[in-house]
Design a protein around this ligand. Structure first.
Ligand SMILES: O=C(O)CCC(=O)C(=O)O
Length: 290
């Protein structure tokens, strides 16, 4: 699965819609990120509800904190902030898209040993369609990702297919109906690697992950990036200055690159807001057990 050189990496990404690249983070960087993670998770002690920083497991209590997701970790600690423009990550993305790259946002999905929550099948594209689809999520493995601890699962080649409905009844539920969609999810491939490896998945790739019933944590940072000429069809509600500050390398542009692509808008909004997990809570049928 690991692509050996830039040409092979690009070919694999174009064909399959994902990559795993080993040894991107040094042991020192990994150590700093793990320490930052412990500090931030400890801050969930005493919390009684989700907030702007924490998304909590259903089994969380204020005395025994259980965090499902840390929101926007790059805003929480310098170790996460400097990772946004890590040369190893930007090098992989420049090879795929060229020199002009803009950040989007970040999250840390904890998937703790024993109880870490599943993420139902979805395409990121269903949440934030853009003028072109040069967008990807980079997963930075803070722990080894094995078959057993709920690795990211991807459907190879699905980035070239349709944008599947993520609706149930009248509203967006942020996930694909596992029965009605007739997709063969058994074809999914686990993205396995040692801590310090990264995954890259295309914005249209169908992906999800099972709960973590193993004794090993699976903490995956997800940093989302896009080509500078990909403009969000939902607009830039933070304003133009904030949009320009997201540029990481190369040149910004006022001329979006338009592609003809399968689109569905994520409206009406999911009835439960706050995070992907909350959005998916009202799915009538789930693929993964809770
Ligand atoms: O953490 C995972 O396994 C899946 C993450 C994901 O797809 C998401 O948060 O959008």
């Amino acid at each position: 699965m690991n692509a050996a050189n830039p040409v092979a990496q690009r070919e694999q990404y174009e064909r399959d819609g994902y990559l795993v690249v080993p040894d991107v983070l040094s042991p020192r960087e990994l150590g700093e990120l793990r320490l930052a993670t412990e500090r931030i998770v400890d801050g969930a002690r005493g919390k009684t509800a989700h907030d702007d920083v924490y998304d909590l497991e259903d089994s969380h209590t204020p005395e025994h904190p259980r965090v499902r997701r840390v929101k926007e970790p790059h805003r929480r600690d310098p170790a996460y902030a400097s990772l946004v423009s890590h040369p190893g990550i930007l090098g992989v993305l420049r090879n795929l898209w060229g020199p002009d790259i803009r950040f989007q946002f970040s999250k840390l999905n904890m998937k703790s040993a024993g109880y870490g929550a599943a993420v139902e099948w979805h395409q990121d594209w269903a949440f934030y369609p853009h003028t072109n689809d040069d967008l990807a999520a980079v997963g930075i493995m803070l722990d080894d990702c094995e078959e057993e601890n709920g690795p990211l699962l991807v459907l190879p080649g699905s980035h070239k297919g349709p944008t599947v409905s993520h609706h149930a009844g009248d509203s967006f539920v942020a996930a694909i109906d596992p029965v009605g969609s007739s997709i063969d999810f058994a074809r999914a491939v686990p993205l396995i690697g040692k801590a310090g490896s990264i995954t890259v998945h295309h914005v249209r790739t169908i992906h999800g992950s099972a709960p973590n019933r193993s004794a090993q944590d699976r903490r995956l940072l997800l940093y989302q990036y896009r080509a500078a000429d990909a403009w969000p069809l939902k607009g830039i509600p933070e304003g133009f200055d904030a949009w320009e500050k997201l540029m990481l390398c190369g040149k910004s542009t006022l001329e979006p690159r338009m592609q003809s692509l399968p689109l569905r808008m994520p409206f009406p909004l999911a009835q439960r807001q706050g995070s992907l997990y909350e959005n998916q809570a009202l799915m009538p049928v789930r693929y993964f057990e809770r």
